[in-house]
Design a protein around this ligand. Structure first.
Ligand code: NAD
Length: 248
């Protein structure tokens, strides 16, 4: 990929899963990485040394993206370490699934706060930096259920649909400053978010995937790296499904 080497990338919720794969992939392409994480974990140390083994610099920034002030602190930590931010990947996300008729108010609110407001908070604090430089790449992780809806996920699918509206509006606002804002919509990806699902549900999902395999975090990281690169300079306001053909 062109144009990633030497750039500074902030990846939210990057201690594991898709975020971890994205951080590693961008580091392999030569970016310096800011890993946002919410709670300490052993895997974080391994991730830091793996990134360093590629010759990239890395800093960790603890914070809850749903907090406006934490999001500000994350961006400030990145600027303190690397003077700038070129790439933001809004990856942090949670699920609190349940049928709507029984869903608790706090489960709806928390999923919106983390998945949707968290992305707004980070974009809000990174935009002034990118606007000043007149360049930047913002990639938001949505989901195919933000397009199709999904029983048991009114909170999550509303947040992920919201991410698509946020992406398109931010893309329109920031285009004149050569800042690209895009989203990717993963289908069913093998991470801790999906491993908790019942076996029967996993089988049903697998049967609905034309390419007949569950996606890997690296499948998502490949497209995110492309969107972060200068190869994607003429792409903005788009949503790219990465789902083995689940949604066409
Ligand atoms: P995961 O649970 O493995 O990782 C999510 C990460 O986000 C964790 O490291 C967690 O600590 C972090 N996080 C959660 N709340 C946070 C907060 N408030 N502040 C900062 N970090 C926080 O899940 P994953 O599957 O790797 O999910 C990554 C993204 O991909 C999420 O946005 C998720 O909604 C999206 N996604 C996943 C799938 C899938 O099938 N796994 C499908 C579509 C979309």
């Amino acid at each position: 990929m062109e144009g990633i080497k030497g750039k500074v990338a902030v990846v939210t919720g990057a201690a594991k899963g898709i975020g971890r794969a994205i951080a590693l992939r961008l580091a392999k392409e030569g970016a310096n990485i800011v890993i946002n994480y919410r709670s300490d974990s052993e895997s974080l140390k391994e991730l830091v040394s793996e990134i360093e083994s590629f010759g990239s610099k890395v800093v960790t920034a603890r914070g809850d993206v749903s907090s406006f002030s934490d999001a500000k602190n994350i961006m400030e930590k990145a600027v303190d370490a690397f003077q700038t931010i070129d790439i933001l990947v809004n990856n942090a996300g949670i699920t609190r699934d349940g049928l709507m008729l029984r869903m608790k108010e706090e489960d709806f609110d928390r999923v919106i706060e983390v998945n949707l407001k968290g992305a707004f908070n980070c974009i809000r604090h990174v935009s002034p930096i990118m606007v000043k430089k007149r360049t930047g790449k913002i990639i938001n992780i949505s989901s195919v259920v933000g397009i199709t809806g999904n029983a048991g996920q009114v909170n999550y699918s509303a947040a992920k649909a919201g991410i698509i509206g946020l992406t398109k509006s931010a893309a329109r606002e920031l285009a004149s400053r050569k800042i690209n804002v895009n989203a990717v919509a993963p289908g069913f990806i093998n991470t801790s978010m999906t491993e908790i699902l019942p076996q029967k549900t996993k089988e049903n999902i697998l049967n609905s995937i034309p390419l007949k395999r569950i996606g890997s975090p690296e499948d998502i990281a490949n497209t995110v790296a492309f969107l972060a690169s200068s190869n994607a300079d003429y792409i903005t306001g788009q949503v790219i499904n990465i789902d083995g053909g689940m949604v066409m």
